[in-house]
Ligand binder design. Structure first.
Ligand code: NAD
Ligand code: UPG
Length: 440
């Protein structure tokens, strides 16, 4: 099947390559010429495990091309929208890029000769967006479906080819819905045949499935982080607490890792966009708890500075702080809304001398001018002479680093484990004062 993917960022580029991996002929369109050039050469413009292999294999096989020219989508049977929907100043989702993508596509739609043609929205949008876009697309005779994406960065290829479930938001028109469903079923056939659930529903519900899933995940993290604060106050251990409550299947073990909170290009903006949309719909109060989720998330980041002051003294000026991590999560170089970088900035604002190290993001940061902190390219360089180590992102390189070696490099043996991911007893045995989040 011939398909196009509009927007080739973390979501779109991975989707394009994964669809090519299923045997389809794919063209990716992006307005960023540099990104298009890299992708066309089979080079990943961002760090994502397994992605570059799949990309290169399919570019080399001639099934996968990239361009800045929308005309290249003409004749394809499915057109995916994967452009960004960042947070606007009001907190609502900024739909400028989605609208521009539709405008760019319109002149080239309706030219498929292989069967019914479909535009499939993947970007995360406010409920009601699909119905509006469907009206815009209708004159071309093409059907719009909403097919939200649930991939996690760090597992993007796996999650695309082996998802927990797929959701099709279909139009009310039964004939158009049946045709569009058949097209998507054909496109995703290997995934469906592997037994992955495919759920069919209306546009609005599909849009809400996506955003409510992220709202639930964010709530789960802030819940455990709120418990961490109670544990700190009551001298209890949140990791033991999470392990115990998580054994109840109704609660579940996953997403109960207390730490410096959630960041990235999705959860923070999505819970704010969800609240903004609920306000517009007159049901803002029902989602009022998401403001608390956001507040807890903010508070846990700041709690690290309080801990640092307790351990190092009120005045952090001139103290050497090594922040391990810059990406918002391990196995990614994505620094959007990064808790680790926020901490680096906060220590810098307090006149500490900050050095940041991240296995994937350090080279990107090193190219940026005017950063207020130093960037190290190795763990050793970051730890050298440090008064305080802060773990901001739980990369394996950090969690398996030998604390005895760290002890030789630092000026003072103090570590704040912002992800509760370091082997605490080993660090203590190496002479470190260890502080986790909610861990006595
Ligand atoms: N990153 C994820 O893990 C993930 C997962 C699920 C859903 N989403 C959602 O997917 C969407 C994209 O997220 P992302 O992380 O890939 O963002 P991103 O910023 O990495 O990528 C967006 C891409 O769209 C391109 N673009 C912007 N305007 C364009 C236009 N008019 N025509 C063509 N290309 C254009 C940009 O140049 C960029 O490459 C968002 O709505 C996000 O919430 C992201
Ligand atoms: O127990 C946990 C789990 C995660 N996090 C943090 O939460 C953030 C988000 O993590 P994760 O959800 O794994 O990463 P994303 O790649 O942002 O994926 C989320 O956002 C995507 C974009 O919408 C969705 O597709 C995914 O399903 C959803 O998990 C990161 O900062 C993590 O460090 C915690 O603090 N504690």
């Amino acid at each position: 099947m011939r398909i196009s993917v509009i927007g080739c960022g973390y979501l779109g580029a991975v989707h394009a390559a994964s669809m090519a991996e299923l045997g389809h002929t794919v063209v990716g369109v992006d307005v960023d010429a540099r990104k298009v050039e890299l992708l066309s050469q089979g080079k990943a413009p961002f760090f994502e495990p397994d992605f570059e292999d799949v990309l290169r294999r399919n570019v080399d096989a001639g099934r996968l091309t990239f361009t800045t020219d929308y005309a290249a989508i003409a004749g394809a049977q499915v057109h995916f929208i994967g452009v960004g929907t960042p947070q606007s100043e009001t907190g609502a989702a900024n739909l400028t890029y989605v609208n521009a993508a539709i405008e760019g596509m319109l002149p080239h739609l309706g030219q498929c000769t292989d069967g019914p043609e479909v535009v499939a929205g993947k970007s995360t949008v406010p409920v009601g967006t699909a119905a509006r876009l469907a009206e815009q697309v209708a004159p071309t005779g093409v059907t719009l479906v909403w097919n939200p994406e649930f991939l996690r960065e760090g597992f993007a290829v796996k999650d695309t080819l082996d998802p927990d479930r797929m959701v099709y938001g279909l139009p009310d028109d039964e004939r158009a819905a049946a045709d569009a469903q058949a097209v998507l079923d054909e496109l995703y056939r290997p995934i469906i045949e592997a037994g992955k659930p495919r759920l069919v529903m209306d546009y609005q519900t599909a849009e809400l499935v996506k955003i409510s899933a992220n709202a639930f995940l964010a709530t789960k993290i802030s819940f455990i982080n709120a418990m961490a604060q109670i544990c700190d106050a009551a001298d209890a251990d949140v990791t033991a607490l999470a392990g115990a409550i998580g054994l109840d299947d109704r609660i579940g073990k996953r997403f109960l890792r207390a730490g410096i909170g959630f960041g990235g290009g999705c959860l923070p903006k999505d819970i704010r966009a969800f609240q903004a949309r609920a306000n517009e719909l007159g049901v803002g109060e029902s989602l009022g708890f998401l403001a608390e989720v956001d507040k807890v998330n903010d508070a846990v980041r700041h709690s690290v500075v309080d801990t640092a002051r307790r351990l190092l003294g009120e005045d952090l000026a001139g103290k050497r702080v090594a922040v391990l991590g810059a990406a918002f999560k391990p196995d990614s170089d994505d620094m959007r809304n990064s808790p680790a970088l926020d901490l680096a900035q906060e220590f810098t604002d307090l006149s500490a001398s900050v050095v940041v190290m991240d296995p994937a993001a350090s080279p990107i940061l090193a190219d940026r001018e005017g950063l207020p902190y130093e960037i190290a390219s190795s763990i050793e360089a970051a730890l050298n002479g440090a008064d305080l180590i802060v773990l901001g992102t739980e990369w394996k390189q950090f969690t398996t680093f030998d604390p005895a070696k760290a002890a030789e490099l630092v000026a003072r043996r103090i570590v704040i484990d912002g992800r509760n991911a370091l082997p605490r007893e080993d660090w203590k045995a190496a002479g470190f004062t260890y502080a986790g989040i909610g861990r006595r």
